[in-house]
Design a protein around this ligand. Structure first.
Ligand code: GBH
Length: 480
């Protein structure tokens, strides 16, 4: 069951050219870059509320109130993307900017204008938009009604999706419903550290998981039924993966389970059978029973729901930054953000001492991306995969960011090997991020940008780093 990572790393990159149709992009997300949190009729999102009410939860006490001011500086962003030669730009729509009531009864003219400008501006410069519908900024009023833990989420998100598809679907051909369910449900409810700040480990996280799957599928089916024939686009979901390898050979079975847990939000969509990964579902059901719960803490899918969710993606979006070793928890080292199910599976996730540690959680292990791409194919067949995020952060403002260049080069090389040596169907790569931006709990202290942003400058001046030039070079030559 466990893939041998060593076998994958042996061959080296022969022809360093990417396939002719392969596309390169860079990403941002609304709350992290837009700012203008209360202009016009925009309503508050859970991140507005969370940062305003809990500044101590953010490293520098900051918020996304202004962020990169991309609400005003979108033309500059497009110019930067163009200078880099990006084929596509991945950004997200702020739900409460487009629908100030959260519900679809009122569409903001200002929000519509903003996203139309951005989309048209990108297209005029030959850059395709890849649009994420939900990158963590839920309308606060929907949170007040239970947010992701309310099963009506599917209805709300479906209606919001329909508005976005109607307004922008003529020009946006690649959609992602949710960015990282594992962060939205796992990180959120297992820790309470991120918006909406509700701590409900093993309960809220799993209720969210099911509702999110249903909401994703609702959105996909709306596109399928009402828009696909006219617009012929693609709809998918973005999963965050961490490559898991066994700490030692005695943990191969546990590593298999950890990888299945990593597919908790993929299995219902991409597997032939649908539903939760059976091994993981079984463990959670058993734990729940032992704890005296009448039903599993992980809500079941009915047979109809399994069919409803199954097959609802036209591509597989993968974010991957890092790797971990798996062993049984022994209350010592915990070296990964807690996610859904770590507790139920009793996992410890560690860094190998030979791997270089970047900022915080970002341990560098390039072969991990190739291995995970192979694992996705092994698990779900020849699905088209787009690497929707990969990147490196520093705490310093440096423009000569040699470590980031090294990281990008080494990870890109492994993506290329996955394509050329292993035949995995990877069609695109997205660098996180175009810009330094509001890095959630780290505020502005963790910098992921190919382009530096000066956050003390009221004009939020932008300066491309050496990595931007490096990436432009890769794109220009379509090779490493
Ligand atoms: C992605 O998350 C997000 O999509 C993006 O918005 C974000 O800016 C980017 O990566 C870089 O982080 O403080 O130890 O609890 C990647 C998954 C989940 C990794 C949250 C960092 C916090 C670790 N991230 N996690 S910790």
């Amino acid at each position: 069951m466990v893939m041998k990572i060593s076998a994958l790393t042996l061959s080296s990159c022969s022809g360093k050219k990417f396939p002719p149709d392969f596309k390169f992009g860079a990403a941002t997300a609304a709350y992290q870059v837009e700012g203008a949190w209360n202009v016009s009729d925009k309503a508050a999102s859970i991140w507005d509320t969370f940062t305003h009410n809990n500044p101590t939860m953010i490293a520098d006490g900051s918020s996304g109130d202004v962020a990169c001011d991309s609400y005003n500086l979108w033309e500059t962003d497009i110019q930067l993307a163009k200078d880099m030669g990006l084929h596509f730009y991945r950004f997200s729509i702020s739900w409460p900017r487009l629908l100030p009531n959260g519900f679809a009864n009122k569409i903001s003219e200002d929000g519509t204008r903003y996203y139309n400008n951005l989309i048209d501006g990108l297209l005029a410069n030959g850059i395709e938009p890849l649009v994420t519908l939900y990158h963590w900024d839920l309308p606060q009023n929907l949170q007040d009604l239970g947010g992701m833990t309310n099963p009506l989420l599917a209805e709300w998100f479906g209606a919001y999706s329909r508005v976005a598809f109607t307004l922008f679907g003529d020009r946006v051909k690649t959609w992602a419903t949710f960015n990282e369910p594992v962060s939205i449900c796992g990180l959120t409810y297992e820790t309470g550290y991120i918006a909406p700040g509700i701590y409900s480990p093993g309960i809220g996280s799993y209720i969210c998981a099911k509702n999110l799957m249903m909401a994703h599928a609702t959105s996909y089916r709306i596109y399928d039924k009402e828009f696909r024939a006219k617009y012929n686009g693609k709809v998918g979901i973005v999963n965050n993966h961490v490559w898991y390898a066994p700490y030692s050979s005695e943990y191969e079975d546990l590593t298999y389970l950890a990888r299945q847990l990593g597919f908790i939000y993929s299995h219902p969509i991409y597997s032939k059978t649908g539903g939760w990964p059976p091994s993981v579902e079984g463990i959670i059901a058993k734990n729940s029973e032992e704890e005296g719960y009448p039903t599993s803490r992980l809500p079941k899918f009915t047979a109809e729901e399994i069919e409803f969710v199954k097959g609802t993606a036209d591509y597989y979006g993968m974010n991957l930054y890092t790797s971990r070793l798996v062993r049984e928890a022994n209350n010592s080292t915990f070296f990964l953000w807690p996610t859904n199910g770590d507790l139920d599976l009793n996992l410890d996730l560690l860094a190998d001492p030979s791997w270089e540690v970047g900022l915080d959680w970002l341990v560098i292990h390039p072969p991990g991306i190739r291995a995970q791409l192979n694992l996705i194919r092994e698990e779900f067949g020849d699905v088209e995969i787009i690497v929707t995020e990969n990147g490196f952060s520093t705490s310093s403002d440096e423009l000569d960011d040699v470590t980031r260049i090294q990281y990008l080069r080494d990870y890109l090389e492994q993506v290329l090997l996955a394509i050329t040596e292993d035949g995995v169907n990877v069609t695109g790569y997205t660098a996180w991020s175009l810009l330094d931006n509001f890095e959630w709990n780290s505020g502005y202290t963790s910098k992921f940008g190919l382009v530096r942003v000066n956050f003390t400058d009221p004009f939020r001046s932008r300066t491309p780093r050496a990595s931007a030039e490096y990436y432009a070079d890769v794109i220009r030559h379509h090779s490493l």
